[in-house]
Design a binder for this molecule. Structure first.
Ligand SMILES: [Zn+2]
Length: 219
């Protein structure tokens, strides 16, 4: 992890531009103790004694995306593209996120495509972009749209396509207990939205030819 939450900082820039009042580390650990008691166990027994500390540290890693501005990762672009004017696709970017309704893991893959307008971005930066949004409390639809909007705003390409496939543990381990269910969301902007051919080119590159019908930009 390249960034660690500074526990002394009580106010921090959050997902939007709104400021969130962060509790102290001790308050966060106390909250975990409460949840352990709520589950029916004793937070003072040996096996659980260090758990609040570990959970709070895990939160720092899972939710590190609140400390990063995803646009920063896309700022360094390359303009020497050798006249390359075809679609760029990065597929199977694995991610782990947490649903904002149950704080349960969402695990899946994101496929990102764009049609550059003079400049391209390093592929590792696309993966970073996905990671920043994944490391926040999310719903899959919002994450898919945010990744697309950020790429579109910073790179100003001819178009952006993002498809996310994921399983939601709030659905597999609780509630309806349905395993093997994958949710697919997509956001198509610019040429990917307007030109069926360009969209199909992207979908076949990610192995989903014809799988997504774009009516309003999401599937
Ligand atoms: Zn959920």
């Amino acid at each position: 992890m390249d960034k660690v939450v500074n526990s002394k900082r009580s106010r921090t820039k959050s997902a939007g531009s709104s400021l969130v009042n962060r509790p102290s580390r001790a308050e966060a650990e106390a909250a975990v103790r409460t949840l352990i008691r709520w589950a029916g166990d004793d937070p003072d027994r040996e096996g659980l004694r260090a758990t609040p500390m570990r959970v709070v540290r895990a939160y720092e890693e899972w939710f590190a995306g609140y400390n990063d501005d995803p646009r920063e990762y896309l700022k360094r672009t390359f303009e020497e593209t050798g006249g390359y004017d075809e679609v760029v696709v990065l597929r199977d970017i694995r991610f782990e996120s947490h649903c904002e309704h149950h704080i349960a893991p969402i695990i899946g893959r994101v496929h990102v495509g764009y049609l550059p307008r003079n400049r391209v971005v390093g592929i590792s930066k696309l993966a970073r972009l996905v990671e920043v949004y994944a490391r926040r409390l999310q719903i899959q639809e919002k994450m898919t749209a945010e990744i697309a909007a950020c790429l579109d705003a910073v790179l100003k390409p001819h178009g952006v396509a993002v498809v996310t496939e994921a399983t939601h543990q709030c659905m597999t381990t609780r509630g309806v207990h349905k395993t093997g269910v994958t949710m697919v969301t997509s956001r198509m902007l610019g040429v990917f939205r307007d030109h069926a051919e360009t969209r199909q080119e992207f979908l076949s590159a990610i192995g989903m030819r014809g799988a997504i019908h774009v009516a309003n930009g999401s599937a």
